[in-house]
Design a protein around this ligand. Sequence first.
Ligand code: ASP
Ligand code: MG
Length: 394
Amino acid sequence: MKFGGTSVGDVERLLDVARRIVAAREAGNRVVGVLSAMGHQTDELLDLAQKISLRPKPRALDMLVSVGERITCALAEMAIEDLGHHAISLTGSQAGIVTDTVHGKAKIVEIRARRIHEALDEDRIVLVAGFQGVSTEYEVTTLGRGGSDMTAVALAAALGAEACEIYTDVDGVFTADPRVVPQARKLHAVTYEEMLEMAASGAKVLQLRSVEFARNHGVKVHVRSTFSGEEGTWIAEEDERMLEKAMISGVTHTREESLYTVGGVDAGRLFGALADASVNVDTIIRTGPDIVFSAPDEDHASIASTLDALEGVTWSARDDLGKVSVIGAGMKSHPGIAARTFATLADLGIESPVVTTSPIKIACYVARNEVERAVSALHHVFELDTPVAERSHA
Ligand code: ASP
Ligand code: MG
């Protein structure tokens, strides 16, 4: 059971979460809780670091931000003991989460779950601080923003859990961002592939890496609300019934990506350097001597310094575009989705200078201020505002 920042945002909510965990235990489950930092604490800690140093030392930054989830876990341990159950809070390191040595974006290389198993055997509720681990060099590391999802999914896999429940401040995964499209529907089920594409193209509900990990290890993920007992969205293997009626699962968008155009360098050297800087390049396009790629805005500083350091390179960046993506596993076997997407944008008079696709996604870059119009129209054209879109039969 993983609880996000809003779910443990203040004392009352944290106490509610403790009760919910205890209720799951009393229903006969062995429970491992993964907790995020309270509210916006991670952002606050990052701001604090910025006030001390313009380029905070990565090791020190991890020492700092890993504290947030430890606070939540320690408080939850107290609360659960008061409710008459035995609990033990563990840091990522104590929980046996071993990572590589990349500060701020570490990858889990191994989970030594012995201590968790022992605690569960002693009838304890185990609380693990999300978002962190210990590197192979014995340093505290963090797993990237939203990394508590990764902690939860990885532990579910290592422990052979029945399911990984992600408790959050929304009711599940929606056919579009409900703030942009009020008619958006909660999906009953999405495939791993769809969720991967959705997370990669703007859906914030789950960390991208955690979805990839869940797919690779067959972890069943249930995204649901902390504030109700309602079923949320199941993320699982593709199932015929899921796609029979609703072949499109959603329309996502992001305004937090920039397009870079780079000249004077061969692709090997360019992407080698970006990989060394741990930049997650998304789309890559090459039709002539220039190379165009997109990457998240949060990587802008490392991209700029990487490109500046490459000899003979000229480059420019565009941050006036947003990306609107139509996603659905059903498009593998149903032609015409691209045609409808382009026709819809044309009707709105919206131009899309860059389009990229995967077997289950069509992504169009459009002007940032046209993103909402494009999302709403596509959502309607693909009938995502109707009950069938929910796939509740699956
Ligand atoms: N607290 C961390 C963050 O804000 C990790 C998480 O909540 O998943 O990114
Ligand atoms: Mg999150």
